[in-house]
Structure formats: C-alpha cells, structure tokens
Design a protein around this ligand. Structure first.
Ligand SMILES: Cc1cc2nc3c(=O)[nH]c(=O)nc-3n(C[C@H](O)[C@H](O)[C@H](O)COP(=O)(O)OP(=O)(O)OC[C@H]3O[C@@H](n4cnc5c(N)ncnc54)[C@H](O)[C@@H]3O)c2cc1C
Length: 380
C-alpha cells in the first residue's frame, strides 16, 4: 500500500529546504510571542502546498495523503506550531469539505482553500465534550430557509486565523446519528472568537474557542455527505489523527537532530558525549521509534487513499507517532543535561510541543481503546 514515488521525494526535498531556510529562523520568536505564523503560511500557500490534496478541477494539486504527511512532517521538524496549522488545514478543514460536501459545496469552497487565501479548520471539541462526541451540545436548528447555530467550540487549532470552519452540531435528536457538519465563516455576525492563551506548547498554532450565538446559515452550509452523523464525521476525525501523527513525527525528528548535534560537540570526561554508549542508545532508540511510526503512518495514509477503511491503522499510527515523539523529546532533554531545560536550546520547545500534541486527534488512551476494540471485532 505504500507507494513512494519520484514526485514524493521531489516535494519532500523542496519543502525540507524551505523549512530550514524560512521556518526554522522564525520558530523561537513564534513560540515566545504566541503569534500567528502569517508570513510562513503565505509563503507555504505560494508554494502551492495548501491545496495539495484538493482535486485539480478545484484548483489543487490532486495529490495523495502521503504527500500531505511528508509536507507536514518537514514543516513540523522546525516548528510544530506552523506544522500544526498546515495539518489542520490539509487534514481537517479541507478534508471535511472534500469528504462530507456535495459537488456544489466542493466547487464553492475548495478553490479558495486550494489557493491558501482561506485557511480551514474543524470545530468539534467542546468543554464538556472532548473525547466523547455523544456529549456535543452545539445545535443547528432549522430557521427560515437555513439554520441557526448555537454553541461554544473549543481548542480549534488555527482558529484565530481561519476563514472557514466546519462546525459539528446536533441537528435535532440527542444521538450520534443526528450530528451534522456545517460550514461557518467565523467572521460573520454572531460568531465570536476567543484566543486560548498562555499554553504549554504549540504556542503559535492560533488556538481559539468559537462562540456561536444564533449564527444564521444558508441551507447549503449543511454538508449533506454527513447524513449518517458520527459514522461520516469519523472520516474527518481519521484524517485529524493522521495530521497529528505527521506533526508528532516532525517535532520528534527536530528534537533528535538537535540532540545529535549537541552530543557531537559537548565534551565530558575528555571526549564528546556521543562516544558514550548510553547516549548512542538513546539516539538509536528514538530514531528507530520514529522510523517505525512513520511506516505505520504511510500505511494508514495509503489505505485511505485507496478508499479503504483504516480506523485501526490510523489509531496505531497516531499512537505510535506520539509515543515516538515522547521518547525523542524526553531523551533529547536528557542528552542536553542541564541545558536541556534552558530556553537557549530548542529541545525545550520541542518537548513542550510534544506534550501539547498528546490530545490532538484524541489522546493515547483513546487510540488504545480503538485499536483494542477493532481487534476484538476481528476476533469475534
Ligand atoms: C494540539 C491540539 C489540537 C487540537 N485540535 C482540535 C481541533 O482542531 N478541533 C477540535 O475540535 N478539537 C481539537 N482539539 C481538542 C481535542 O480533540 C481534544 O482535546 C481531544 O479530543 C481529547 O480530549 P481530551 O483528552 O483533552 O479530554 P477528555 O475527554 O476530558 O479526556 C481526559 C483524559 O481522559 C482520557 N480518556 C477519555 N475517555 C477515556 C476512556 N473512555 N477511557 C480511558 N481514558 C479516557 C483521555 O485520553 C485523556 O487522557 C485539539 C487539542 C489539542 C491539544
């Protein structure tokens, strides 16, 4: 299922160079200022990376999910926050329209997302309904020719800068089948954004809450491909999990690279510390964990690209990427010794970003439950 072709390598090299030249020098300031990486995002749009997975007929490049995984990983290698916003746009915002929209909706929204003029997000979580979608309280009731939507969404990654968000809300009955997806312009009357501030990590990822106070939506804001409720929404949630895995692998690789460089220069007991077996073992274990997780990620992306269901593979990829990132981040801090705790060195930021990534796409406990449930299903 993994088909790594020449164009994958070409795009990977191009975005890797861009990430080193443009993203890396801005990462520290972005983290400190808790700003939005507007300049980087506009350059990423100029490179035509924000329409990667959108079909050519709608202005995109029509490429596969594997390409999106590569691009997000290379950006995240130097800045988790910038990678996270790009991941949200590609894997969640764009996917929601692609997978849940009809032909008319795709034609209306996808061209602006492909050009990168508009960034897209996905708003599902609520304060009382994070892992548990059945507790979603936001509601979209029929009103006039369309809908009026009420509720409060939280933790919308990239939400501070997005021009379009897909909001998950109840259409009526209090059950998972009755959840629907609605395209909302967060700048319209009745929408109020509140930035989530003073975060531990991913501080430049533009997190916000969105208050929806009777926002009037036309009937075509309702994504009709979501008629099955939660079972359809899961198609986008699976994408979010792939995006989270890609960001995690990128940040992990950044931490490993910093630790490797440091350990080749730092001397203790008369020699560089990378000559010590314990340090070498940490490098080798972290790199192996990242490589293994990436294969799971590419397999899951390949299955989805082939139109197959891959819930278990997606959860395995998400879980193993986060576990690999924990290992890489923790070891990198340890390898830097006292300097690992200093803001003078980037591993401290990588470590915080990795912690912040844990709930993205659902926490590790949830992924384990999903994998185990799927295994039980196969056995029974
Ligand atoms: C980086 C990041 C990006 C995000 N992006 C978005 C976004 O773009 N859009 C959006 O809508 N939301 C987003 N979220 C919100 C995210 O989806 C939720 O935080 C996530 O669903 C998990 O909820 P929770 O674990 O934080 O909370 P809770 O559901 O309160 O869970 C708390 C803890 O309990 C565990 N737990 C929950 N249920 C079970 C269970 N049945 N068994 C065992 N353990 C359990 C969880 O794993 C977690 O460790 C983002 C969050 C982060 C941190």
């Amino acid at each position: 299922m993994i088909r790594f072709e020449e164009h994958h390598q070409e795009i990977r090299e191009m975005i890797s160079d861009f990430s080193d030249d443009k993203i890396a020098p801005r990462a520290e300031h972005l983290d400190e200022s808790q700003g939005i990486p507007s300049e980087s995002l506009s350059e990423i749009a100029d490179l035509e990376m924000l329409g990667l997975t959108i079909p050519e007929e709608h202005g995109g490049a029509g490429l596969d999910l594997l390409t999106a995984c590569l691009v997000v990983e290379e950006i995240s290698r130097n800045c988790g926050s910038t990678g996270a916003i790009v991941a949200t746009h590609l894997f969640e915002g764009t996917s929601a329209i692609l997978r849940l929209g009809d032909d008319e909706g795709r034609a209306r929204w996808l061209p602006q997302l492909a050009s990168g003029k508009t960034l897209a997000t996905f708003a599902m979580a609520e304060r009382e309904a994070e892992s548990d979608a059945s507790a979603i309280d936001a509601s979209a009731g029929a009103e006039g020719d369309g809908f009026a939507i009420h509720g409060r969404k939280t933790w919308i990654m990239g939400g501070q800068t997005a021009g379009l968000t897909t909001v998950i809300a109840r259409r009526g009955e209090d059950n998972l089948e009755d959840l629907g997806a609605f395209v909302v312009d967060p700048t319209v009357e009745g929408c109020r954004r509140e930035a989530h501030e003073d975060l531990l990590g991913l501080r430049g990822a533009g997190f916000c809450a969105l208050n929806l106070e009777g926002v009037q939506l036309p009937s075509n804001a309702h994504l009709s491909g979501c008629s099955g409720g939660w079972s359809d929404i899961l198609k986008v949630v699976d994408m979010a999990r792939l995006g989270a895995a890609s960001v995690s692998l990128g940040v992990a690789r950044g931490a490993i690279a910093h630790a490797l460089e440091y350990s080749s220069q730092r001397k203790a007991f008369g020699r560089s510390i990378d000559r010590f077996g314990a340090i070498r073992a940490m490098h080798a274990e972290a790199a192996t964990a990242v490589e293994g997780a990436r294969l799971l990620l590419w397999r899951a992306a390949g299955l989805l690209d082939a139109g197959k269901s891959a819930g278990r593979e997606v959860s395995m990829a998400n879980l193993s990427a986060k576990q690999a990132a924990y290992k890489a981040g923790r070891d990198a801090v340890q390898i830097l010794g006292g300097n690992g705790y200093s803001r003078e060195y980037p591993v401290e930021r990588c470590y915080r970003d990795i912690q912040a990534l844990s709930p993205f796409g659902g926490g590790e406990d949830l992924q384990k439950i999903l994998v185990a449930r799927s295994m039980a299903g196969v056995r029974s």
